[in-house]
Design a protein around this ligand. Structure first.
Ligand SMILES: O=P(O)(O)OC[C@H]1O[C@](O)(CO)[C@@H](O)[C@@H]1O
Length: 235
């Protein structure tokens, strides 16, 4: 794992943008994309650049069950607002949170990932160490699946909703096995709330109790963390 410590989210977004630009120069065509507060500045950097995405494909990590693009808390809405409206891609894939049959939808999303191998994946990290919506305890072998969100994730994400009761209880998420297949991974973490998870991810044992720790087991992972998120690291 390579670690880049930055002052703040703006600097982190710039570092992430540099890595993405290099990857695109080296032929990356399919991007794995994330939502949440973490990648917002990274997406700003993209929107304000002259990079062209018209020949690119994106595959998003996750979506809440029960929400579609017309709901301003859906990840589909988030992606349109922060990136796709300004930078059109050839095609954008997100799980369909309103699918009539979720079992069919997860298989369909797996086939999309198989047909569009991810060259470059951006990740955030949850306070409990989740990546995508792969909560603690998720087996490393899973592909796309329906997740029952933990109390801690519901509480953490309640900041985006009017009431905690409005936070969906389930999501569809790319699995750890799918994430691990991507050729390059860049994980961003900002703020002291992420410091424990970052320490566990980088210096702790590899355990399903902290899903992001699986990233220790592979090459081509870069962590961009601000000083607060990196503050508990021993070296
Ligand atoms: O960036 P945030 O809002 O702290 O969220 C962290 C992580 O949680 C998720 O939003 C899922 O809860 C991920 O997509 C994200 O990487």
């Amino acid at each position: 794992m390579k670690l880049i410590v930055v002052k703040n989210q703006l600097e982190g977004g710039k570092e992430g943008f540099k890595l993405l630009s290099e990857a695109m120069q080296n032929g990356a065509k399919t991007l794995g994309l994330a939502t949440g507060s973490t990648p917002v500045e990274f997406y700003n950097q993209i929107v304000n650049s002259d990079l062209d995405f018209s020949d690119m494909t994106s595959v998003n990590l996750d979506e809440y069950v029960g929400l579609d693009g017309s709901n301003d808390q859906s990840y589909s809405y988030f992606m349109n607002k922060h990136l796709f409206e300004e930078k059109p891609f050839k095609v954008n894939y997100l799980p369909n949170g309103k699918a009539a049959d979720l079992d069919v939808e997860v298989k369909h999303y797996d086939s999309i990932i198989d047909e569009n191998p991810i060259d470059w994946q951006i990740l955030g990290i949850g306070q409990n160490g989740h990546i995508g919506f792969n909560e603690p305890g998720t087996p490393t072998t899973v592909t796309t699946h329906v997740v029952d969100l933990t109390e801690s994730t519901i509480e953490a994400n309640a900041r985006f909703f009017d009431h905690i009761e409005d936070v969906p209880k389930q999501a569809i998420s790319m699995g750890l096995a799918s994430i691990m297949k991507s050729k390059n991974i860049v994980l961003m973490a900002y703020g002291k709330e992420k410091a424990e998870a970052v320490k566990g991810m980088i210096e702790g044992e590899v355990t399903v109790d902290l899903p992001a720790s699986i990233l220790q087991t592979r090459d081509n992972v870069t962590v961009i963390a601000d000083e607060a998120a990196a503050s508990l690291l021993s070296k």
